[in-house]
Each structure stands twice: as structure tokens, then as C-alpha cells.
Design a protein around this ligand. Structure first.
Ligand code: 9MR
Length: 382
């Protein structure tokens, strides 16, 4: 791997730090409040993403594929060494935990939580309410159900209490409501919307979640909030209205599924305006896909694509670093072999969206993140 990006990154990091360089000297006087700062004998390398993130108190997360964790040695080691937060990519979703009505299967989720404890990682709970990955007995598509409106309300309440209580004390941030709006900023007319006759279900679910686990940070989570537009405006109004009703919402998750075919979003100003509402913010599912070959789904069509991808990764991380309320930065997995992207975006084919290649070797995208964290001395501590 050549290193022209090193120079680029140093230049842009200096530009980002700009006037804040004056604080660098006084940073040593700040007390160390970061729980996972490496101790005398850290279990992870000093140049790992988690160790470098700890310098500013930023948690670096990953989505975890439970088919790999524990059985794939290299995958398991990287998960433990590089990340200070973990999100279950699938195993905490409703279809997984209650496939049979009234019978809960927590085993895989519990294994992930145990792994996190062992490795001193925080857990993002994902996700309590979504219109996808619902159990078949409830809904096959999130928009239709054979249950009555009253039954829908009752099963949702039961689900929220069962899940929050099961993981009480173990989950740092919960994605309480996921993807409730479409890209036009209209509420999705899901089974929840229909049962409540509007978006009133959102307030109820946050209230129940808070009752069940008062210490968890409760998030609304969605994609395309990175761009100012109808969707991010609608979610902004939602958060404002929930705050006005004193609903316990603590944060907004920006999923961050980016593609080099679109312009880079005005992410930082969106993070800032939600933070100004008193919310924590987080990047929760970052990946940066690009056009790839049909028969080699993680090989870019254009060999220059990785430069654009590095830039998107770097700018996303720096946007989060620059905003004190941005408490975690989570790529949606780390190895290209396990990414959802090639299977979902296949016409035209996209892929190569993560920071490790198919053999789980770090890509240039990984090194860009590593450097940005190492150079972020002027970023506010959180
Ligand atoms: O990565 C997840 C993939 O394995 C599942 O098949 C898919 C089902 O819809 O969900 C993926 O994760 C999604 C996340 O839960 C919510 N935001 C969008 C993510 C990518 O689809």
C-alpha cells in the first residue's frame, strides 16, 4: 500500500483542528474520565481504533455477526482488539428473539453481551421497533398483520418490557425506534402507525423503554439523516415535539450508509442541529460502498474508488469528532465478506464498503480512520 493518503490526511486534520490547536497543550490537565483508556497492561494494542478513540472519549463500535464471533478466530480477535462498542447486527431483532409467540430466545444476544463484558466493551442495543425482521406470527412485511390493533399495541408493549428488562444494565444505547420515516419525510404507515392511528406509538415506546431500563440512553435511529432534506427535517421536528412532550429520548443515530455515487452529505451540520436540541448523536451503521465487479463483488470497477471511500470515511469520523455530543462511531461490521451491501445493491453491483478486506486484512480505509483518531488532539473530549 502506498502512503500518499498519509500526507493528505495530515493536511486535512491540521485544517480541521485549525484554531483549536491552542488547546492541545492544556489537554493533559483534563482528568481522565474514560473507562476503557488502556491500563498498564492493555488487552488491546495502543494503536487500535478503540485505544485511539479513547483519547477523546469517543467509542468506536462495530456491528457483530454472531455466525463469526467465537468460531472465526481472526474475526473474533479483531472485534475484541479494535472496538470499544458492539452492536448485534441481527440477533437482538424481534424475529430473532421471539420467532415463536411467547417463547424468547436470547442465547445469541446473551453471548454477544458476555463477549462485550469480557472485553470491556459497551453494547448498542439494536433494535426494539422496526418494520423489518419481525416475527412471521406478527407481520411478514411490517405493513400488514392479522392481529387486531389492540393486539398489536399489547404485543409491542410486552416486547419492549421483555427485551429492555432482559438486558437491563447491560445496554448503553438502545435504538428504540428504527426507520419510522421514508425519504420524503412521511411517516411510514406500518402496523404500529395503523394501530395507533398516527405516530403516537413513538412516544409510548420511548416511555415504556425508559420505565423498563431508566439508565439506558434511548435513540431514534435512521438512514439518510446525514443529508439535510425532508427526512432529516421530519426527524428533527419529531425530536422537538417529543422533547416538548417530555418524552425520554436521549439521542439520534445517523446510520451513515454512504455511497461514492452520491455527493458527500452535510453531516456535521446535521449532527450539530440535533445536538443543539439537547440530544446525543452517534454514527451507528457506517459503510461506504462503491461500484464493484459483478463477479468480484468487493473489487471496485475503478481502481481509484478507494480514494473517494477514504475521504468519505475520514470526513464522517471527523464530523463526529468535531461534535462533542457525538459519542460513538460505529461501522456496520468490518470485513467486506460479511457486509450486507453486495447482496442488497446488486444492480448495478456495489460493495467494498467496509474497512477490512475479504481476508480480514485492514484496507487503506482502516488506516485513514486510525490516523484521524491519532491526530485528533484538538477534538473536544466527550
Ligand atoms: O445488516 C443487516 C442484514 O444482515 C440483514 O439481513 C438486514 C435485514 O433487513 O438488516 C441489516 O441491517 C440493517 C439494520 O438493522 C438497520 N439499518 C439498515 C441495515 C442494513 O440493511
Amino acid at each position: 500500500m502506498g502512503r500518499p493518503w498519509l500526507l493528505l490526511s495530515v493536511t486535512s486534520a491540521a485544517a480541521l483542528l485549525g484554531g483549536q490547536l491552542a488547546f492541545v497543550g492544556s489537554a493533559t490537565a483534563v482528568p481522565d474520565l474514560v473507562a476503557d483508556r488502556p491500563s498498564a497492561a492493555p488487552a488491546y494494542p495502543a494503536d487500535s481504533l478503540r485505544a485511539l478513540g479513547a483519547r477523546t472519549g469517543l467509542k468506536i463500535g462495530t456491528a457483530v455477526n454472531m455466525d463469526q464471533l467465537g468460531s472465526n478466530e481472526k474475526y473474533t480477535q479483531i472485534t475484541a482488539e479494535q472496538f470499544s462498542s458492539v452492536t448485534a447486527e441481527n440477533v437482538m431483532k424481534w424475529a430473532e428473539v421471539e420467532a415463536v409467540r411467547g417463547t424468547y430466545t436470547w442465547e445469541k444476544a446473551d453471548q454477544m453481551v458476555a463477549f462485550a463484558k469480557k472485553n470491556k466493551q459497551l453494547v448498542r442495543g439494536h433494535t426494539l421497533l422496526w418494520h423489518n425482521q419481525l416475527p412471521a406470527w406478527l407481520s411478514s412485511d411490517g405493513y400488514t398483520t392479522t392481529l387486531s390493533n389492540d393486539e398489536v399495541k399489547a404485543v409491542l408493549k410486552k416486547h419492549v418490557f421483555a427485551q429492555l428488562r432482559h438486558f437491563k444494565g447491560d445496554v448503553w444505547q438502545w435504538d428504540v425506534v428504527n426507520e419510522a420515516f421514508d425519504d420524503n419525510g412521511q411517516p411510514r404507515e406500518t402496523i404500529w402507525y395503523k394501530a395507533w392511528g398516527g405516530t403516537g406509538y413513538i412516544a409510548d415506546v420511548f416511555r415504556w423503554a425508559h420505565q423498563a431500563d431508566p439508565k439506558a440512553l434511548l435513540f431514534y435511529n435512521d438512514y439518510n439523516l446525514e443529508f439535510t432534506g425532508p427526512k432529516s427535517n421530519a426527524v428533527y421536528e419529531l425530536v422537538k415535539s417529543l422533547k416538548a412532550q417530555r418524552v425520554p429520548i436521549h439521542g439520534v443515530g445517523f446510520q451513515g450508509h454512504l455511497s461514492t455515487q452520491y455527493g458527500y452529505p452535510d453531516l456535521q451540520s446535521n449532527l450539530e442541529r440535533f445536538a443543539a436540541l439537547g440530544q446525543k448523536v452517534a454514527l451507528t451503521e457506517v459503510d461506504v460502498r462503491t461500484f464493484t465487479q459483478a463477479d468480484a463483488v468487493n473489487t471496485p470497477v475503478n481502481p481509484l474508488a478507494s480514494y473517494a471511500q477514504e475521504s468519505y470515511w475520514s470526513r464522517s469520523l471527523k464530523a463526529c469528532l468535531a461534535v462533542r455530543a457525538c459519542i460513538s462511531f460505529t461501522p456496520w461490521g468490518f470485513g467486506d465478506s460479511y457486509s450486507w451491501v453486495p447482496g442488497w445493491f446488486d444492480d448495478p453491483q456495489e460493495g467494498a464498503a467496509l474497512i477490512y478486506d475479504e481476508q480480514l486484512n485492514p484496507k487503506s480505509q482502516y488506516y485513514v480512520l486510525q490516523q484521524d483518531l491519532a491526530l485528533a488532539a484538538g477534538a473536544p473530549r466527550r
